[in-house]
Design a protein around this ligand. Structure first.
Ligand code: HQG
Length: 179
């Protein structure tokens, strides 16, 4: 695995799920100090410089991470399982959003809709290409179309993360079009 990808996966793990694993803490909005992160990682055999960290934030294909304006703190833009408040503001979604999944989940999704599982929200993509990539992580992708504008009008709030992932608490089956 490329070194940058390995560090990016490590950052996803500690900034979204297990900061305690390397003895760092996230503040209530998910931020942590870059220097402390670099030192804590280094103590556990993951050595990288501040310049490498900045380069990973800049080049992440999905803009997974953000630096504070002064460059001293870092957080994950979305995907957390630890409790953080990303201060997301509800936003009107486009007509349709997409969710890439795999055949084995379809029957259950038909019955109970989309659930957020371990994450804070159900993740939805604004386009088919992205949804296909998400589904392909698990196998042969199946793309579901979510009638998002209709769902929003029915009172379900939607949010969008800094890196363009649409988020909602749950999608009831009546708003899902199956292929
Ligand atoms: C499925 C990655 C059965 C759901 C991606 C999905 C995305 C159900 C899986 C981001 C279900 C959860 C999120 C139900 C949902 N019955 N299965 N009722 N409801 N599911 O990984 O959306 O690389 O938590 O279809 O690119 O796959 O981490 O969510 O297959 O943006 O930045 O349960 O994670 O981004 O899986 O992926 P996940 P996801 P990163």
């Amino acid at each position: 695995m490329k070194r940058e990808v390995e560090i990016s996966k490590f950052l996803s793990l500690v900034l979204r799920h297990e900061p305690g694993k390397i003895g760092i803490t996230l503040d209530e909005n998910g931020w942590t100090d870059c220097e402390q992160l670099i030192q804590a990682a280094g103590r556990r055999g993951k050595k990288f410089s501040y310049e490498t960290l900045v380069e990973i934030v800049r080049s992440s294909d999905k803009q997974r991470f953000a630096l504070s304006e002064d460059g001293k703190r870092i957080r994950a833009n979305q995907g957390h399982s630890v409790k953080v408040d990303l201060a997301l503001v509800p936003q009107a979604p486009p007509e349709s959003l997409y969710h890439g999944t795999v055949p084995k989940f379809i029957e259950s999704i038909r019955e109970s809709g989309l659930h957020k599982g371990n994450r804070h929200h159900v993740h939805l993509s604004p386009d088919l290409v992205t949804a296909t990539k998400v589904g392909e992580r698990r196998g042969n992708p199946v793309i579901l179309t979510i009638r998002a504008a209709e769902m929003s009008a029915a009172g379900h709030p939607f949010y969008v993360s800094e890196n363009g992932v649409w988020l909602t608490d749950a999608v009831p089956p009546e708003f899902i079009d199956f292929p």
